[in-house]
Ligand binder design. Structure first.
Ligand SMILES: [Zn+2]
Length: 398
């Protein structure tokens, strides 16, 4: 029998040979720039000579630069590393179920521009509109170099990350996204949106914490649907072998037997109860819409709850309960007790958090110590994740 690949073995593979991991060093510089060599050494737990060994060729080739900071008063002026302003830029495209975004970033990290539009339901229209935005950006940036395009999609991708295999909430199948959005000489990488959000949050973790770089967490993205991304040893996990690309499809696990009908054909799926989109149907219950009344959007329900509306508050608490039930299942299945919530749902976090924690507490996970659930950034689930895909892919090639 071939050896079984476990998460643990993936994890130790990911954590092995940190010193050689240029990608980790580049990610750290990107998150913390400008950063001193001493800080790089201590954060990566390698010695300074290894830092120099890794950094020098990157400075020589113009990827990184080293500057001397202006000293305040006397003393040695620290030398700091950051990305060189090469004029390179990256395009990110988030194809969402409801809305889509196209944005631009650089290695310095700022999001320069962003277009937001309603996603056309026909895939050909959606791609044509995206294409127009990309062409426009390329035209406006003639004097700079486009390095990579990252696309996040609400569904499964193929193993080469070039096509969208299936997006259940849009009913799009086998879409050659990379081919359709190609710009001459530039690679297009297509990534599942939860995985993209997980990549984004992994970098945020580097920036905002003192902990080591080897972070493990489960990302639960709740928007129109629910998706799960996994980060093991600071790297996203996409599954292995034939199932590569399918890891994290938890939105369609059944949590209510004989429950609400789902687009996947089954009933009672998690995302019918704990996604931001589920809030509207939980809010309305069996009640029909009154004439002139529209289905409430998630942010409207949050706004009502903030203004003291009980029905809205109860709706968000219900979502928190269902979300917590599912998260406990996911933690039990994967064995990583740290969860970051991403997506539109984060806007209602103040009402969702408590019932979510109580639901986890009732489960067997609650009997263990050290589990944690926190809200991430809504940006990671939108354009931030798509841009992260583009930049990370590029940095793996320098
Ligand atoms: Zn389903």
């Amino acid at each position: 029998m071939p050896p079984t690949k476990t998460f643990q073995s993936e994890l130790s593979a990911a954590t092995a040979g940190v010193a050689n991991k240029r990608s980790l060093l580049l990610r750290l510089v990107r998150a913390e720039q400008p950063i001193t060599r001493t800080d790089i050494a201590s954060r990566l737990e390698i010695d300074k000579s290894t830092v120099t060994e890794n950094v020098k060729p990157l400075i020589d080739s113009g990827v990184l630069r080293e500057d001397t900071l202006e000293a305040k008063g006397q003393g040695r002026r620290p030398r700091v590393i950051s990305f060189a302003d090469s004029g390179d830029y990256f395009i990110g495209v988030n194809l969402g179920v409801r809305r889509s975004q196209v944005g631009v970033t650089t290695l310095q990290g700022e999001i320069e521009e962003e277009e937001d539009f309603e996603t056309p339901s026909a895939v050909s229209m959606a791609l044509r509109q995206t294409r127009r935005h990309i062409d426009e950006i390329v035209r406006r940036n003639k004097d700079r170099r486009l390095r990579m395009i990252g696309v996040s999609v609400p569904g499964l991708t193929d193993t080469n990350r070039e096509s969208l295999v299936f997006a259940p909430n849009l009913d799009w199948r086998n879409v050659a996204v990379a081919k359709e959005l190609a710009v001459e000489g530039v690679r297009v990488v297509v990534e599942n949106d939860s995985t993209a959000a997980a990549m984004y949050e992994a970098r945020m973790k580097i920036r905002h914490s003192e902990e080591g770089l080897m972070t493990n967490f489960i990302l639960v993205r709740s928007g129109t649907g629910i998706g799960v991304g996994l980060v093991l040893g600071s790297e996203v996990y996409r599954g292995s072998g034939q199932t590569r690309g399918i890891a994290g499809e938890f939105g369609h696990m059944t949590i209510v037997a004989g429950g609400k009908q789902c687009v996947c054909g089954n009933r009672g799926c998690w995302e019918k109860y704990a996604s931001a989109a589920a809030a509207a149907s939980l809010y309305l219950g069996d009640r029909r819409l009154r004439p002139g009344e529209t289905v409430p959007r998630f942010v409207e329900i949050v706004a009502k709850a903030e203004n003291g509306d009980n029905r809205s508050r109860r709706t968000l608490e219900q979502i928190g309960d269902y979300l917590g039930i599912g998260i406990a299942n996911v933690i039990m299945g994967i064995g990583i007790p740290r969860v970051i919530i991403s997506g539109r749902l984060v806007y209602g976090w103040q009402f969702i958090e408590q019932p979510l924690r109580e639901a986890i507490d009732r489960s067997i996970v609650g009997k263990t110590e050290g589990w944690s659930v926190e809200a991430g950034s809504p940006a990671g689930a939108a354009i931030g994740g798509a841009l992260e895909v583009a930049v990370e892919e590029y940095l793996s090639t320098v």
